[in-house]
Design a protein around this ligand. Structure first.
Ligand code: HEC
Ligand code: HEC
Length: 205
């Protein structure tokens, strides 16, 4: 008798928690812009207002594609993309919440950082970009359409750390990007990266 009551209570609790989970799942796709905005506000301390970073090494995320945003957040979460801070942050958000923030940030303009650069190196970098990167980082690395991340006008220290992680294998490159990057390294060495970073530092002219 006592056992049966316990069982009933347990089943009752299970049904209750299952139905409240279903309710929560139903509710999430209806998340309002204000809720997404509130979530995104917690990012502003590091990524700047509307995702336009004030630096020094935190990337700008306003205007990046929603697809890329979701991919990179998933990568932070499962550790396949190395990060200093974002793994802990990404783990705090559900897929639906990340989707909502991805939509919101993708609608903001990407604000190019104003940075100093070496004009000769930038010139060389432009040629290297055309040869090795433009195919997937279109329109001189300004386009978000290709879902590969925006390079032009992104903060140089961030790009520097990211390329270092790619080279070290701490962040996996797609097979095709790896092929191109390796071709470039073989021909140009580290000076090639330096030239590319100066090119991206100039921002769109
Ligand atoms: C304490 C500072 C900090 C906060 C808060 C923060 N970020 Fe980040 N974010 C970083 C840093 C630093 C990186 C670079 C990766 C790393 O080292 O963690 C980054 C990288 C990213 C990237 C990858 C950008 C790219 O070009 O690949 C995305 C997307 C991102 N953050 C989204 C968010 C979102 C969404 C929030 C709020 C929910 C947030 N971040 C809050 C510091 C922060
Ligand atoms: C065959 C397509 C392809 C080529 C060629 C390519 N990339 Fe990428 N790149 C991608 C994709 C896809 C991503 C996003 C996925 C990932 O790696 O996380 C990316 C991401 C990046 C990122 C990270 C952006 C961010 O915001 O964190 C950098 C930096 C980058 N690429 C630099 C380069 C450079 C420099 C070259 C040329 C030497 C290059 N890529 C060539 C496809 C390519």
């Amino acid at each position: 008798m006592a056992y049966n009551n316990l069982k009933k209570a347990l089943i009752g609790a299970l049904v209750l928690s299952a139905s409240s989970a279903a309710f929560a799942a139903d509710k999430k796709p209806l998340m309002t812009g204000a809720s997404a905005g509130m979530l995104a506000n917690t990012c502003a301390g590091c990524h700047g207002t509307n995702g336009a970073s004030a630096g020094p090494a935190t990337p700008s995320i306003g205007g990046i594609s929603a697809v890329y945003f979701e991919e990179v957040m998933a990568g932070f979460k499962d550790g396949s993309i190395k990060s200093t801070i974002m793994q802990r942050i990404a783990k705090g958000y559900s897929e639906d919440e990340i989707k909502a923030m991805a939509e919101l940030f993708s609608k903001q303009p990407f604000v190019m950082a104003k940075q100093s650069f070496d004009a000769d190196k930038a010139k060389k970098g432009a040629k290297l970009h055309d040869k090795y990167c433009e195919k997937c980082h279109a329109e001189n690395g300004t386009s978000a359409e290709d879902d590969s991340g925006i390079l032009m006008g992104q903060l140089t220290p961030y790009l520097h750390y990211t390329m270092t992680d790619y080279k070290a294998g701490d962040r996996e490159m797609t097979k095709k990007m790896k092929k191109k990057v390796n071709q470039m390294i073989k021909k140009e060495g580290d000076a090639g990266f330096d030239a590319l970073l100066n090119f991206y530092a100039q921002g769109k002219q």
